[in-house]
Write a protein that binds this ligand. Structure first.
Ligand code: GLN
Length: 189
């Protein structure tokens, strides 16, 4: 399967390694032409304002909207989730607005408040070990958006059709089940 990782900023290398372990051929996506032939793209964690600005500078914003409109699947993780949202609390930063949700940046505190916790995720049989680093929280979702996981009553994974968002970093442990879920259930849907 040909999958891309948005490689403008952030920890895209870890996602790439995880996807390669699962047998994917992985394209680093920096320019619109890199999207050709891909069935899905992962947005890494990092700094959403920086990634958003670079997306605009390289015309990746329009290209990714077109990619999604033509059936491409996208999974945004942490900063990547913020870039998918329609509504970012107290921010005008660039975003794609591909998933109807209201998201709040740094909702669990600062870098020092990073934490790890096992969480139930719909579609996975055993809890998934999650890593939260200056993570956002999904405060509300629009109609038809499915909530796949919550932590202390706060939404941390959401999906509608071929767009998925998670607050935490799934690429920083050895557990590849969520990447597998993206490949099989989101891209494969
Ligand atoms: N706090 C960052 C942001 O708002 C996201 C942090 C992360 O991706 N680990 O963009």
């Amino acid at each position: 399967m040909n999958v891309g990782v948005l490689a403008l900023q952030g920890d895209f290398r870890e996602h790439k390694l995880m996807l390669e372990r699962l047998g994917c051929s992985v394209q680093e996506v920096r320019l619109p032409k890199h999207l050709e032939g891909l069935s899905g793209v992962i947005f890494p964690g990092g700094e959403s304002t920086t990634i958003g600005k670079l997306m605009v500078a390289y015309q990746m914003d329009a290209a990714l909207k077109k990619f999604a409109a033509s059936g491409g699947a996208i999974w945004g993780t942490c900063a990547g989730a913020i870039l998918l949202a329609t509504d970012i609390v107290d921010s005008n930063q660039p975003r794609l607005g591909l998933l109807e949700m209201r998201i709040r940046r740094n909702a669990f505190g600062r870098q020092v408040d990073s934490f790890e916790v096992p969480l139930e995720v719909a579609g996975l049989v055993a809890p998934f070990h999650t890593v939260f680093i200056r993570a956002p929280v999904i405060e509300s979702v629009g109609e038809g958006v499915e909530v796949l996981s919550s932590f202390e009553g706060r939404i941390v994974v959401a999906r509608k059709d071929r767009i998925m968002a998670s607050s935490f970093h799934p690429e920083l442990t050895n557990d590849s089940r969520l990447h597998q879920l993206f490949l099989e259930k989101v891209i494969g849907s």
